[in-house]
Design a protein around this ligand. Structure first.
Ligand code: ZN
Length: 314
């Protein structure tokens, strides 16, 4: 269903990080070797070097508030997002819709022409999608993102949420970044998380959550989602630290674990609260050892799920 633009954003939520920490959030244009929804597999520059890590604060215990039920999605043909209610009649997230966007697609590299097609992201045009990165041993980012997304879906459904994946190994390539955003919008999602892993230089380690910057242009207008997305991302960052033990990125975001981007179509075109998470750097051997571990991926999914849950409960 169309997203109701008259629904106000969520001013009740307060950011969890101190203003000083948030002020450290950097504005970088570099993409994840693959997490950039328009970039290639190039390595990131090193904007500020390393330094001591400062973990974002964890979310406080939260109160559950019932929310109006949402319309169930229809069955999904192969070209449609993987939609399923999957939620229990009861549960702390009953009535909430979460859209999970597994970054890239394992088949993208076989469809270069299709994924290089330019799409309108409001402020500019960019590639439909990218191939994503991989570890040196060949574990593809697109396989990682789908695995974590499946684990995340299971965890959120167990709390009663209605969970929609933007795709679920049910199409040869894509979706394009504009369609990924549209799926979240049309689902009327209460929260959207795009799952990625980065492709940066050896020695660059840790995770970061990408928040939408304020953009207006064409179909892009993030003015209503900047603040709730910041709250969502801050909670995810704090609980990702707690559950995985990973430190915030030592190469993006000034050790805050948060980054703001204005160049990602998946964020610019979203009308519902949305963040990306770069779970680690696939090109760093130490991070790669984590990303290729099923046990670690479960912890990663747990941290993301708890961040989403904390946000949705307010
Ligand atoms: Zn990616």
């Amino acid at each position: 269903m169309p997203y109701d633009e008259s629904v106000p954003p969520t001013p009740r939520r307060r950011p969890l990080l101190a203003a000083a920490v948030l002020a450290a959030v950097s504005l970088t244009a570099a993409g994840c070797g693959a997490g950039d929804d328009s970039g290639g597999a190039q390595a990131r520059p090193l904007p500020g070097g390393g330094g001591t890590t400062a973990a974002p604060s964890s979310a406080p215990p939260s109160k559950s508030a019932p929310a109006p039920a949402k319309t169930s999605a229809s069955p999904a043909p192969s070209t449609k997002p993987s939609k399923s209610t999957g939620g229990r009649a009861t549960g702390p997230l009953s009535g909430k819709t979460v859209v999970i966007d597994p970054g890239h697609n394992p088949g993208n590299h076989l469809h270069t022409r299709e994924i290089n097609r330019q799409v309108d992201i409001g402020t500019t045009h960019k590639e439909c999608d990218t191939t994503g990165t991989s570890t040196d041993s060949g574990y593809a980012e697109a396989r990682f993102t789908l695995d974590v997304s499946h684990r995340l879906r299971t965890l959120l459904r167990a709390q009663g949420a209605n969970v929609v994946l933007t795709y679920d190994n049910d199409r040869p390539y894509g979706p394009c970044v504009d369609e990924r955003a549209r799926i979240g919008n049309e689902a009327g999602a209460d929260a959207v998380v795009s799952v990625h892993a980065d492709g940066s230089a050896v020695g660059n380690r840790g995770f970061h959550v990408i928040l939408p910057g304020l953009v207006r242009g064409g179909a892009a207008d993030t003015s209503k989602i900047v603040e709730p997305s910041r709250d969502l991302g801050t909670r995810i960052a704090g609980l990702f630290v707690r559950d995985t033990g990973s430190a915030p990125s030592n190469y993006v975001g000034g050790n805050s674990g948060l980054d703001i981007r204005k160049d990602l179509g998946g964020l610019n075109l979203s009308t519902v609260p949305k963040v990306f998470i770069e779970c680690g750097n696939m090109r760093d051997p130490k991070d790669a050892a984590l990303l290729t571990s099923a046990g670690w991926r479960q912890k990663a999914a747990q941290g993301i799920a708890e961040g989403i849950s904390s946000y949705l409960k307010g």
